[in-house]
Design a protein around this ligand. Structure first.
Ligand SMILES: *[C@@H]1O[C@H](CO)[C@@H](O)[C@H](O)[C@H]1NC(C)=O
Ligand SMILES: *[C@@H]1O[C@H](CO)[C@@H](O)[C@H](O)[C@H]1NC(C)=O
Ligand SMILES: *[C@@H]1O[C@H](CO)[C@@H](O)[C@H](O)[C@H]1NC(C)=O
Length: 462
């Protein structure tokens, strides 16, 4: 029977009759994290939008196909997968519509949107129905620092008949703290008139970056860079204008960006800055509460993104204390990391033993300047990811000019060319009362492969 049909039956039958007797616990936890206060049972009539992930059909096949177009040694390198080619490995999106058309009412809940590649569906149910469907006990919790309230259960179960057709359900046991995400900003120091090695030791301007990483000053002929707004911070047109006036007077200061939204979000023009980063907070990730092992932050630990750590200072650059680097407990070491991680683990010996997962995906992958960065009106951290992304955009521009495709998934290419990087060999990321990891020659869990050398990137990749 098709997976989706079984799930559909589950949603309707669970209401129609007590047909499902044998529930299997899917996920549970003993208590909420310390940052949350328990307020009591959630009201039965309050609504929850349950998001149900359907299992992918063929993740290992997708991984093989992805590597085939991303591994520079493959004949198919650069032939990026289309959305349909990816979709073939996931549940079919046209299929659920037979059962889950938006707005169609079910005895339990109203099925809303079908999203992702058709592998996520959302169902609006009230708490009493959710408790019954999932053998759960939804409670109300308050995130103490922000005051935001959450409806969560400490455990949820599924009828044995549907265990294999549901991957996960949210919100259930995951307490995702609200995105505070504000990078470390401070008022800028007086801007040096002329950029010099001495001034770059104090404040990193765009000219310092051009000089540190030999980035050409000529404008890209083609180039796009996407800036996301996951942490309640959005790209600001006014800030871009100020930035161009200050640092790129050769470009029109009316240069702007276009907005692409997902779902129904907007791009408020009020607060500054946005980026994706490896996470600040050393081996303890960005979490405030105490843990007994190093905490791999998400999404930096995901092997399908390029995780960018930070360095500070003029050459030799050093990994700063806040640069997150750990090993994932969820994703194993990807093939593309090859033999580059082993020497680091061997050099660790028994240091930090038991505090991290030796078989996990290690990160960050790469690093770039991340402290005292002049960003028009403020100085900040968290700038490493956009700096690295900009370099990739410039290399993409050169590739397009040379008649080549733009990059897709980068990591296999980066790990195949470790010689393109400045190897950062000092600095560490302490946390939890430990010294954390230390940077060393070769890949390390503080600065990854190191910082980019533009000319070497261009020589190897264009
Ligand atoms: C929850 O929704 C169901 C319909 O699915 C309804 O019958 C029930 O009365 C609701 N419960 C509460 C407490 O509002
Ligand atoms: C899984 O994906 C691989 C790669 O695309 C393909 O060769 C294989 O036939 C797929 N397996 C199934 C069961 O669909
Ligand atoms: C360690 O990582 C692997 C994935 O490589 C995972 O399967 C395993 O559960 C992790 N161990 C712990 C203790 O988290």
């Amino acid at each position: 029977m098709p997976a989706l049909f079984i799930l559909a039956s589950f949603i309707s039958l669970a209401a129609a009759s007590p047909a499902f007797k044998n529930f299997v616990v899917q996920e549970s936890r003993q208590s909420a994290p310390g940052a949350f206060a328990h307020l009591g049972p959630a009201a039965g009539d309050s609504m929850i939008n349950l998001r149900i992930a359907l299992p992918s059909q063929n993740v290992s096949g997708l991984d093989v196909d992805l590597l085939d177009v991303s591994d520079p040694k493959s004949a198919n390198y650069g032939n990026h997968l289309s959305k349909d080619e990816v979709g073939e490995h996931l549940p079919r999106s046209d299929c659920p519509c037979r059962f889950y058309c938006p707005g169609m009412a079910y005895p339990k809940g109203v099925v809303g949107e079908i999203c992702g590649a058709g592998n996520w569906i959302s169902v609006a149910v009230n708490v009493s129905d959710a408790n019954e469907m999932l053998a759960a006990e939804y409670q109300t919790f308050r995130h103490i620092a922000s005051g935001k309230t959450y409806q969560r259960t400490l455990s949820y179960s599924l009828p044995i008949e549907v265990v294999n057709v549901v991957d996960t359900i949210h919100p259930t046991v995951v307490f995702d703290p609200p995105a505070t995400g504000r990078p470390g900003f401070s008022a800028p120091r007086p801007r040096p008139r002329v950029t010099s090695p001495a001034s770059c030791a104090i404040t990193i301007t765009p000219s310092c970056l051009q000089s540190l990483y030999n980035i050409p000053t000529t404008m890209a002929s083609f180039g796009r860079i996407a800036v996301t707004g996951f942490i309640n911070q959005w790209a600001q047109k006014a800030d871009l204008t100020t930035f161009l006036q200050l640092f790129r007077p050769d470009m029109s200061s009316s240069t702007s960006f276009t907005l692409q939204t997902l779902d129904t979000v907007s791009n408020p023009q009020s607060v500054a800055d946005a980026s994706v980063k490896a996470g600040d907070g050393g081996v303890s990730g960005s979490q405030a509460h105490s843990c007994t092992t190093f905490l791999p932050p998400f999404p930096a630990g995901c092997p399908y993104i390029t995780s960018v750590g930070s360095v500070t200072g003029i050459p030799p650059e050093v990994g700063p204390r806040f640069s997150s680097g750990v090993f994932s407990n969820y994703w194993g070491r990807p093939q593309y990391q090859g033999t580059l991680v082993e020497p680091f683990l061997n050099a660790q010996g028994s240091k930090n033993a038991g505090l991290f997962n030796v078989s996990g995906r290690g990160f960050p992958d790469v690093a770039a300047q991340g402290q005292n960065i002049e960003i028009a009106t403020v100085e900040g951290t968290s700038a490493s990811a956009p700096i690295f992304a900009s370099i990739i955009a410039l290399i993409n521009s050169q590739r397009v000019a040379a008649g080549k495709t733009t990059f897709g998934f980068l990591n296999p290419l980066l790990y195949a060319n470790p010689g393109m990087f400045n190897d950062v060999t000092s600095g560490s990321n302490p946390g939890y009362g430990t010294a954390g990891f230390s940077a060393r020659a070769g890949w390390d869990a503080v600065t990854g492969l190191g910082t980019p050398v533009f000319l070497k990137f261009a020589a190897a990749l264009v």
